[in-house]
Design a protein. Structure first.
Length: 196
């Protein structure tokens, strides 16, 4: 009941474990259908900008709790496969707000720079980067998709409402220490939220 091949692979593992333990895989599948990712782990929310206008909304993908190259690639695949709502007179956008991936050791600079070559990231319309490590990604991005780079998450809060419009699908992804979860909270305050 959620987007992402990585979630589907995990669900198949759960069903295999249930069957191996002589449980009922059909009942488990029904329960899995009800499962939603927890906050910060890929949860999707619809943010309504105007309750009177059913087209005035955007979608938020909150994946701001943890980040490493593999989880970043999975989240970007979900964003790339999404179909943002078409706005009247404008094309909807896929927007990525990416915070630092922490605790990567000696490979951190290279891992952040290589992220700019991710085939799914290259299909995104706008990429904003947060943090000193994410500067390597920002500098390697094609200029056509390069948004803003800020050192601290608080800096992106200034003018955040101008970065997102009705119809957009916005992914916020980063390690907890990058504090991009603060951006998620501010995005939620742009409107009224509901689960998709």
């Amino acid at each position: 009941n959620t987007l992402g091949r990585h979630f589907a692979v995990n669900a198949m593992g759960v069903l295999a474990a249930v069957e191996a333990l002589s449980g009922d895989p059909i009942r488990a599948a029904v329960d899995l259908f009800r499962w939603q990712p927890p906050a910060g782990r890929g949860r999707r929310e619809t943010i309504s900008l105007d309750p009177a206008d059913t087209r005035a909304y955007f979608e938020l993908i909150d994946d701001a709790y943890n980040a490493n190259p593999a989880s970043m690639a999975a989240a970007l695949e979900v964003l790339a496969a999404s179909d943002p709502q078409e706005r009247v007179g404008q094309g909807a956008r896929r927007i990525a707000i990416l915070g630092d991936m922490l605790e990567l050791g000696r490979e951190e600079a290279q891992s952040h720079a290589q992220l700019a070559q991710n085939k799914h990231l290259l299909t995104v319309d706008v990429v904003h980067c947060v943090g000193p490590r994410m500067r390597a990604c920002y500098e390697a991005l094609p200029a056509v998709i390069r948004g803003r780079w800020v050192l601290e998450a608080e800096e992106l809060a200034l003018g955040l409402g101008e970065l997102i419009a009705a119809g957009d699908r916005v992914l916020v992804k980063g390690s907890l220490g990058s504090k991009v979860s603060m951006i998620v909270d501010l995005i939620r305050k742009l409107g009224h939220r509901s689960q998709p």
